[in-house]
Write a protein that binds this ligand. Structure first.
Ligand SMILES: Nc1ncnc2c1ncn2[C@@H]1O[C@H](COP(=O)(O)OP(=O)(O)OP(=O)(O)O)[C@@H](O)[C@H]1O
Ligand SMILES: [Mg+2]
Length: 254
């Protein structure tokens, strides 16, 4: 894949926090409209990868390109303007507003590190778009609920709606299924599979079934490095992946 065909290219990126090498020489290419999952045990460097791509933290070395443009040193808000949207591992919703109001605000523009984009839609259009997004993320009929009264799963669905409100070209989701019930999990997979074809997806997910169902390519990170990359079938069959996950579990249980 050439750089032009790629939505996102992470080229040999490292991120150190003081002496801690959270990410070492990681390279990832995401094609336009492609769906890629990133898996790996706790502390593997997955969220750090997202933070570097989104511009939440500066890289230590390496280069990041979005649709052919070098964004390595670009501010987070400008990356968002270029079509990069992400959710966080922890909730960033306005708890005392309703689900629809949260989306209404997100549809009004991008707010990141104090930088605002002006809303480009009328209020009526924004409410209509909010209703459509609620439907898209499976929260039809829940728009008038306060976020605080939504279930955990519903809140995470709403977060995806908030990211989609930015009409992203590249969507990064950090563990969207964390704390989900089985029915919420299958709903999420359907939601991800039904994303517009133009949206390129980078998905961090601990739940292997979701990670493999939602992507055509899977990247395995371990201890700050990209260990393996392959199709869902290859990852499912990999002894190495099994060892890492079982090893991690054994350690957790100890
Ligand atoms: N802002 C930060 N400052 C210092 N250390 C950090 C920071 N962010 C992450 N780290 C460290 O970098 C390493 C990788 O963390 P990261 O959050 O990227 O892992 P992860 O793969 O997302 O793990 P998890 O599955 O638990 O979310 C960890 O050792 C973590 O403590
Ligand atoms: Mg993480």
């Amino acid at each position: 894949m050439t750089v032009q065909e790629a939505a996102l290219v992470v080229d040999n990126v490292s991120k150190h926090f003081g002496g801690l090498k959270a990410m070492r020489h990681v390279s990832v290419t995401l094609g336009v409209g492609e769906r890629v999952s990133v898996i790996g045990t706790n502390g593997a460097g997955k969220s750090t990868l997202f933070n570097c791509i989104a511009g939440a933290v500066p890289v230590t070395s390496g280069k990041i390109t979005l649709f052919g443009e070098d964004i390595t040193k670009m501010r987070a808000a400008r990356r968002a303007q270029r079509g990069l949207a992400r959710t966080f591992q922890t909730s960033q919703l306005f708890e005392q507003l309703t689900a629809a109001e949260n989306l209404f605000i997100a549809l009004g523009g991008v707010r990141m590190r104090g930088a605002y984009l002006l809303p480009s839609r009328s209020r009526t259009e924004r409410w209509r778009a909010a209703a459509q997004l609620l439907d898209q993320v499976g929260l039809d009929g829940r728009g008038s609920q306060l976020v605080a009264d939504l279930s955990h799963g519903e809140q995470r669905q709403l977060e995806i709606g908030m990211a989609l409100a930015l009409n992203p070209k590249v969507l990064m989701l950090d563990e969207p299924a964390a704390g989900f019930s089985p029915s919420e999990r299958s709903h999420l997979v359907a939601l991800l599979q039904n994303l517009p074809e133009t949206v390129s997806l980078l998905l961090i997910e601990h739940d292997m079934d979701i990670a493999l169902a939602a992507a055509s390519r899977v990247i395995v990170m371990h201890d700050g490095e990209k260990l393996l990359e392959g199709t869902p079938e290859e990852i499912r069959a990999s002894e190495l992946v099994r060892e890492i996950y079982l090893g991690g579990k054994a350690k957790d249980a100890a």
